[in-house]
Design a protein. Sequence first.
Length: 212
Amino acid sequence: MSCSNGHDISGFAWTDADATTAHDYLFPAIRQLLGELDLPSPRKRLLDIGCGNGSLTARVHELGWSVIGIDPSDQGIAQARRRHPALDFRQMSAYEDLRDRLGTFPVAISLEVVEHLYAPRDYVARVFDSLEDRGTFILSTPYHGYWKNLALALSGRLDRHFTALWDHGHIKFWSVATIRQLLEERGFTIERVLRVGRLPALAKSMLIVAKK
């Protein structure tokens, strides 16, 4: 499976279907945000874009949502299907025509994905098209800001943070301003930006809630 520049991206490695450490600070916020949407049961349909090994997808399902999880990693999808055989997981890239293949959804989430993508504008366009009118997109990505970047530099942790030797790892590093611009360029309206994990100035990730 290839991304928009032709490189194979199916080899992102997953050795199990356990939750990652990022879920410790992401999932409580996701649970709260999904609860605030207050959708009736027939409309609690959600697309999890870049679901990885399916661990968070399964937790969202436990909240009462009908979920489809997609990911380009063959290992991730295999682990997800093995651990959660009753759920719907598809090996797909976010660059594909999601609307044509899956229909539209009132809600899409995509957690810790956009920082891995060569062509984030193509990805955001596909997400936008996959949402119903006034649909909600919840996106997370590692947070970058002046104080956090300064702390990383002073602590000597920049090499570890920027993961240059991690195959299929982080290649984009987003601030609030740049992720906002990315989404607004395609027509999203930003409703909320939350910082999670640590104090806000040193947050691990940020969550953006956007409306189509």
